[in-house]
Design a protein around this ligand. Structure first.
Ligand SMILES: Cc1ncc(COP(=O)(O)O)c(C=O)c1O
Length: 395
């Protein structure tokens, strides 16, 4: 038996531990919520994508339970063989209604939606333009596509225009951006992107995983927030964050595009259908938000409150409105040590360092939820102030 692979892994693990960048897995002893039970005690959850607090909402849990009884545990199949139930069609129709689009295709995750998006739509004669800070699933998706790739510096409209000019002679063009960049909590310049895509006859795609259900007056996301809802050709997004928090993703847009994806997108064609309980829970999440957008308003308000209090306490926080609130501390080892110290004080927040973020920009990524109370936010800020002083992050 060859031992070279395990030896390689052992050495890599040792290097990660030496650099103090080894990521610990904490084990939750119950469901997620504003507070979670870990190591036998309750801590404030400040690092989850459960933006609306739907993950363990009674209506969502009930919808999943009922779906198990009505539709069973799974289909044992991909969608196009025998894996499509009326439930999947209803969720797709509801997502289309929510976005005001013609059609939607579900995937097991937004990772799969992104990975399966480009190759069916673009070939060698086409141009695929992508923002440099886009999510890893977009980067991997672009690698599976033969189109000429243009990676444009993050949020740089003049660089994008240059790339679009260079791509102008190609047969078709598609530009994709994250709606909200997950390490920064920053909304992309969607108005400028839309202008350029229209000027250069380019499909404009927004991955709105961190904004669906979260931003905008009715929770439609970053495009609603920026007033460009009707100017986006396609949205990809996740059901694993605000909209149920379990799993699933989708691409939504013009009917012919979605229909072709159903025929050719490999991550749909060769991967099982979304489990019924997961689909039903996300369907309920969309219904709840369409009935009453107040959870989106609450998370937006909580994000502003937390941002304002943390800035007043002296922390370095990039400007913004999103419930992802990065607290920049510089060094990776310091970010991870501060995360441990906060955990000891009852606040669960993740530290991120190089290579996930640029060298010297390590951070604690706070994520605020609609179900955090004022008292929760105060408790988090108090713990940050104590730990921040201990580590010299604030005076
Ligand atoms: C921008 C973005 N796109 C895609 C994904 C992947 O989503 P999923 O968990 O549904 O695969 C994420 C998840 O972190 C994300 O932040």
């Amino acid at each position: 038996m060859s031992t070279s692979l395990t030896e390689f892994c052992r050495a890599e693990i040792a290097a990660l531990k030496d650099a103090k960048t080894w990521k610990k897995e904490r084990v939750l002893e119950g469901p997620t919520g504003a507070r979670v039970r870990v190591d036998g005690r309750d801590v404030l959850m400040l690092t989850s994508n459960n933006y609306l607090g739907f993950a363990n909402h009674p209506r969502i849990v009930e919808a999943a339970k009922k779906a198990l009884d009505r539709w069973g545990n799974g289909l044992g199949s991909v969608r196009f063989i025998c894996g499509t139930q009326a439930l999947h069609k209803e969720l797709e129709a509801t997502i289309s209604k929510f976005f005001g689009t013609e059609d939607t295709i579900l995937y097991m995750s937004c990772w799969n939606a992104n990975e399966g998006l480009f190759a069916p739509l673009l070939g060698e004669e086409d141009g695929l333009l992508t923002d440099a800070l886009n999510h890893a699933s977009i980067i991997d998706g672009t690698r599976l596509c033969k189109a000429k790739r243009f990676v444009t510096p993050h949020g740089d409209l003049s660089a994008l225009e240059k790339a679009l000019q260079e791509a102008a002679t190609l047969r078709r063009r598609l530009f994709i951006t994250d709606g909200v960049f997950s390490m920064e909590g920053e909304i992309g310049p969607l108005g400028g992107f839309a202008d350029l895509c229209e000027k250069y006859d380019t499909a404009f795609v927004v991955d709105d995983s961190h904004a669906t259900g979260v931003l905008g007056k009715t929770g439609r996301g970053s495009a609603e927030e920026m007033g460009v809802m009707k100017r986006v050709t396609l949205f990809t997004s996740t059901l694993g964050k605000a909209m149920g928090s379990a799993a699933g993703g989708f691409t939504t847009g013009p009917a012919p595009v979605v229909d072709l994806l159903r025929q050719r997108s490999r991550t749909s064609l060769f991967s099982n259908a979304l489990p019924p309980a997961v689909a039903a829970a996300s369907l309920e999440a969309f219904r709840m938000l369409m009935e009453d957008p107040s959870p989106a308003h609450r998370v937006q308000k909580n994000a502003l409150t937390f941002r304002t209090r943390m800035k007043a306490a002296g922390f370095k926080i990039p400007d913004g409105i999103h419930p992802i609130v990065p607290v920049i501390v510089g060094d990776t080892a310091k970010a991870l040590a501060m995360s441990d110290a906060l955990f000891q004080k009852g606040v669960y927040v993740s530290g991120f360092g190089f290579p996930v973020v640029p060298q010297g920009h390590a951070r604690l990524r706070c994520q605020i939820s609609a179900i955090h109370t004022e008292a929760d936010l105060d408790e988090a800020v108090d713990a940050f102030v104590k730990v921040g002083k201990e580590f010299g992050a604030i005076a």
